[in-house]
Ligand binder design. Structure first.
Ligand code: ADE
Ligand code: ZN
Length: 346
């Protein structure tokens, strides 16, 4: 959009809530609210090492990625049945709808569940049914990206891929998540090459806590199409230049970065620098139940803390559609909805 209407600063929050946007970086297991964790624990007879919802929530004081992952995997242990996966995804999709998220690409971690004896089929069918209902009942388009846990071996990733392939039509791509430091992308070179042959989209977490070198190898070795997080790329001018020139999207998660101490406070987050350098950066919620906010909360708090403008808001939403794995016609239709939302504010 060439001429973004001038919007009074006091109307910016209203605009941010109203504009249609895509969410491209959220872990569905990270949308499990403490209340749902306790309800599912009771339903499934799983005992939790926390006495109450409040006690669990109080444990959400993280110092780094690993301190979060330990609690996140404990929370996911209540998921056993297909309906559990459906209920979790449906709760998120209703919140996404409320935030004007019109398209979402949700990560899921099959190995977190298969390790507890839950078949991949149970996980995928429950999540997929919620995606189908989201389109039909909420008008939200939703798809799934299967993530390999990088603290496990590449052999285990291959075994997970084999188990998931009968459901190949239920997920659009693969990603790489969990503990970043010490587990560089190249550890998964062969399994990503196989996924590429299978025509799956490829993404990877890189440059969340890890160095710019991990972003380079995610691009050059894994050949990913998007980088999840990627905020550490700002330390490497040559990498910044490449990301901008090749229009490789970064799915940035500001509240996650704050809660995992990647930045000391939100005002020091580098999202504005990334956008102003011409990168295809987007804002996403990562693990909203753990980090204090869903999509709009991430947008609102980040804009308030960093001084982003209405122009940045348009750019972020446009980037989210450009970076998504939807076809060109759908991208164009969403861009038109975005421009119409801005026009309505003029
Ligand atoms: N799994 C869930 N959230 C994650 C994050 N922020 N980084 C890596 N792995 C994750
Ligand atoms: Zn993530």
């Amino acid at each position: 959009m060439s001429n973004i209407p001038t919007i009074a600063p006091e109307r910016l929050p209203e605009l941010l809530r109203a504009i249609p946007k895509a969410e491209l970086h959220m872990h569905i297991e990270g949308s499990l609210e403490p209340e749902l964790i306790f309800a599912l624990a009771q339903r499934n007879g799983v005992s939790m090492p926390y006495a109450s919802v409040e006690a669990l929530r109080q444990a959400y004081a993280f110092t780094n990625l690993q301190s979060f992952l330990d609690i996140y995997y404990a929370g996911a242990s209540v998921l056993l049945k297909e309906q559990d996966f459906y209920d979790m995804a449906w709760a998120y999709l209703e919140r996404a709808k409320a935030d004007n998220v019109v398209h979402t690409e949700m990560f899921f971690d099959p190995q977190t569940h298969t390790a507890r004896g839950v078949p991949v089929k149970t996980v995928i069918e429950g999540l997929h049914r919620a995606c189908v209902d989201a389109q039909a009942k909420l008008g939200v388009s939703a798809s799934l990206i299967l993530c390999f846990l990088r603290h496990l071996s590449e052999e285990e990733a291959f075994a997970t891929l084999e188990e998931a392939l009968p459901f190949r039509d239920r997920f659009i791509g693969v990603g790489l998540d969990s503990s970043e430091l010490g587990h560089p992308p190249e550890k998964f070179a062969r399994v990503f090459a196989r996924c590429r042959e299978l025509g799956l989209h490829l993404v990877a977490h890189a440059g969340e806590e890890g160095p710019p070198a991990y972003v380079w190898s995610a691009l050059d070795v894994l050949k990913v199409e998007r980088i999840d997080h990627g905020v550490q790329a700002a330390k490497d001018p040559a990498l910044m230049k490449r990301l901008a020139q090749e229009r490789i999207p970064l799915t940035v998660c500001p509240l996650s970065n704050l809660k995992l101490c990647v930045f000391p406070d939100l005002a020091q987050h580098n999202i504005k620098a990334l956008l102003d350098a011409g990168l295809v950066a987007t804002i996403n919620s990562d693990d909203p139940a753990y980090f204090g906010g869903y999509m709009n909360e991430n947008w609102l708090q980040t804009f308030a803390a960093t001084g982003l403008t209405a122009h940045h808001a348009w750019q972020l939403a446009a980037n989210s559609f450009e970076a998504s794995f939807i076809d060109a016609a759908a991208k164009k239709a969403y861009r038109e909805r975005l421009d119409a939302a801005f026009d309505a504010f003029a």
